[in-house]
Design a protein around this ligand. Structure first.
Ligand code: SF4
Length: 101
């Protein structure tokens, strides 16, 4: 089994590469910039176009559920994860909370 270690605040995080869903992510490589906003400001229509392109990749991704679960569990506040942007994830979590009641 291959294990990676990554330094994080407070120590080292051991990653089981064989089980890490990230290794199957469809967004690895040249398209990764689609998933996060640029450092400079972004026009609304450019954001919509960029996010639509990213979501199209997510729609074909075999780890979309793992990715969304991760983003929700760590409260990711930026970017496209699991086929949703930050606002869509917040709405999804709120809807799930209502359904649980
Ligand atoms: S669901 Fe989207 S953001 Fe998540 S790993 Fe797959 S392609 Fe990347």
């Amino acid at each position: 089994m291959v294990a990676l270690e990554r330094q994080v605040a407070g120590g080292w995080l051991v990653i089981d590469e064989q089980r890490d869903w990230r290794r199957l992510a469809a967004c690895k490589g040249p398209y990764s910039e689609l998933f996060f906003p640029p450092v400079a400001t972004e026009r609304k229509e450019d954001k919509h176009a960029r996010e639509a392109d990213a979501k199209a990749i997510c729609a074909e991704c075999v780890v979309v559920n793992d990715c969304l679960d991760h983003a929700i569990s760590v409260e990711e506040s930026h970017g496209i994860w699991g086929g949703m942007n930050e606002l869509e994830r917040r709405m999804y979590v709120a809807k799930q909370a209502v359904m649980i009641r």
